[in-house]
Write a protein that binds this ligand. Sequence first.
Ligand SMILES: Cc1cc2nc3c(=O)[nH]c(=O)nc-3n(C[C@H](O)[C@H](O)[C@H](O)COP(=O)(O)OP(=O)(O)OC[C@H]3O[C@@H](n4cnc5c(N)ncnc54)[C@H](O)[C@@H]3O)c2cc1C
Length: 380
Amino acid sequence: MDFALTDEQSAIFDMAYAFGQDNIAPHARDWEAQGTIPKDLWPQVGELGFGGLYVSEESGGAGLGRLDATLVFEALSMACPSVAAFLSIHNMCARMIDSFASDAFKARVLPDVLTMNTVLSYCLTEPGSGSDAVALKTRADRTNEGYTLNGTKAFISGGGYSDAYVCMVRTGDAGAGGVSTVYVEDGTKGLSFGALEDKMGWRSQPTAQVQFDDCKISADNLIGEEGKGFKYAMMGLDGGRLNIAACSLGAAQTALNATLTYMGERKAFGQSIDQFQGLQWRLADMEIELQAARVFLRQAAWKLDQGAPDATKFCAMAKKFVTETGSKVVDQCLQLHGGYGYLADYGIEKLVRDLRVHQILEGTNEIMRVIVARDMLKNR
Ligand SMILES: Cc1cc2nc3c(=O)[nH]c(=O)nc-3n(C[C@H](O)[C@H](O)[C@H](O)COP(=O)(O)OP(=O)(O)OC[C@H]3O[C@@H](n4cnc5c(N)ncnc54)[C@H](O)[C@@H]3O)c2cc1C
């Protein structure tokens, strides 16, 4: 067993970290205030190969493994978890297209997806179905030319901002077997968006409802086979969960690094606060928790790369553990900054807000426990 990153993996991390520090970190607060990420960032991200991290090399992607991808998200989220997490969603969609779409479809859309001239959103959740995603109601009715869509998707990251929407819709009866995946380009007649959601964190990412009102798409916009869409959507989520966990990890590491520096500078009772043993122990606890989270996350990613039968369980466990650890650490870092931690200038309060949602999306942490417990009971 070898726990070290390869030279290539270290280079991937370093490249992502440098890009984030140069091109994202200096702007993260402005983008949060503006409620959007400038579209011209994405082609630069695409140039690094990050628009199709685990799209196969035959399809023009970077062909990286899941473990490699977590390194990219850990490193980018050290600049801004909101921007990094948005990239994860695009990659989840890109992988679904590469894995399941026809060659003709891939030839049509993947080149721009990989360069990120086409930015993708993932549309599963609806106003009446989140955790119980299979209860989705948005319909895609077959016509001579293709499909007519009616319904609403809720909480869509990139709603009204992205160039195309990978949507899970009902083409058949109730249940998972009645769900298909379709691709809806921005500008399609009948596609509209709700107002921007006013959120606690992830504020640089626009979030909105995506609405279909007799929205007609060509039959060529079906991804893969009819009735398999729920399976495709779930397969995308294992990797998405790892990425979200990696975003918590990177952001928490940034907060801990900043806290170490701050504690050496801040004085109380005639000494720097890093001299109080009670606080040193808290630093040590955070270091232990983050290192444990990192090892656990990388093990889960490795299992997904290996196609291990328990990969889904490990992805769920890692998502829960790492996102909760990350939130706990950033909250402690805020505390160790005293009142300054509460001020935006110190950069910690944004991380507390950004990381909170990682316990809710890509499957809530309760659902992660449902997955783990089900597996335990099945295999006892
Ligand atoms: C900022 C943001 C961005 C998002 N981006 C996207 C996106 O891009 N695309 C997309 O499709 N979705 C997106 N989502 C939606 C997200 O995936 C859902 O919010 C999430 O799956 C939870 O669904 P819900 O909000 O309907 O909560 P509910 O499912 O209503 O859950 C409410 C509570 O009940 C608990 N619960 C539900 N079922 C069970 C159970 N069986 N056992 C135990 N507890 C249970 C939940 O854990 C939760 O605590 C986003 C959400 C947010 C907040």
